[in-house]
Design a protein around this ligand. Structure first.
Ligand SMILES: [Zn+2]
Length: 246
């Protein structure tokens, strides 16, 4: 798993979380309450992939304490939410990067392929109400098309078999790995510059042989990509923006 969890060989650890809405400063704010075995104190997070706030509770902390803590920090929360990059729905005229290169989405009714690239325009055919879904499906396919050969080539370099590649819409991860050579990647990586994608693929492939983020793991990543520093830095700075598309 990447980049939040420490271990990557144990499969998925779905978070125990529940979702609801809370009123803060007269605004309805989506709230995710999460119990954490690792947390030592109450904490608030703005994950940035949507407009929610996350309240992290140590296992034994009363939820009422957490909610009181959240209310006492409501102006901080609202300020952080207001600073999130704007959302960019997949609609006619939307600007978004493809492989890190700015493109403009155009609704293009008529004959032709469902999605076509014309210079820096992305033309989406069909009925307008299906445009967002059609383009999203295309991005999934495009992510798979770009990721699969990268993953297979890198896995071959270290003789580690890849048995399955899944493209997902993960909220907090760019990629993950599971026992048996199963890799998953976030479709949003197709929006990022190629060195970033290359780094994430190298990261997950390296986990096929090194489950933890040990020095040996990072040495292996460096054998598989030249983009480690660039990729990590880019994701730290621009990763939240990728979650604002679609
Ligand atoms: Zn990892």
């Amino acid at each position: 798993m990447f980049p939040l969890a420490r271990r990557c060989a144990g499969g998925y650890h779905e978070r125990m979380a529940d979702n609801r809405t809370i009123e803060l400063g007269g605004r309805a704010v989506a709230l995710v309450v999460r119990r954490s075995k690792r947390a030592r104190r109450l904490a608030l997070r703005i994950p940035g992939h949507d407009d929610s706030v996350e309240l992290v509770l140590p296992m034994r902390a009363p939820e009422a304490d957490g909610l009181a803590f959240l209310r006492s920090r409501s102006s901080w929360v609202l300020d952080r939410l207001d600073r999130l990059p704007p959302r960019v729905p997949f609609a006619d005229g939307a600007e978004l990067p493809l492989g890190g290169v700015p493109h403009r989405l155009r609704w293009h009714p008529g004959d032709g392929p469902p999605v076509a690239i014309d210079g820096h325009d992305i033309l989406v055919a069909g009925r307008q109400e299906h445009m967002a879904r059609r383009f999203r499906d295309w991005l999934h396919t495009e992510a798979r098309r770009r990721i699969t050969p990268l993953a297979r080539d890198k896995a071959a370099m270290i003789a580690a078999p890849v048995t399955r590649i899944t493209i997902r819409d993960q909220k907090s991860r760019w990629g993950s790995c599971a026992p048996g050579g199963r890799l998953s990647f976030n479709w949003r990586l197709v929006l990022a510059p190629p060195p970033v994608l290359d780094y994430v693929v190298a990261h997950e492939v390296a986990h096929l042989s090194e489950p933890n983020h040990s020095p040996a793991f990072w040495r292996l990543v460096d054998r598989l990509t030249e983009g480690r520093e660039t990729g990590r830095d880019w994701l730290r700075r621009h990763g939240p923006q990728l979650h604002r598309y679609g």
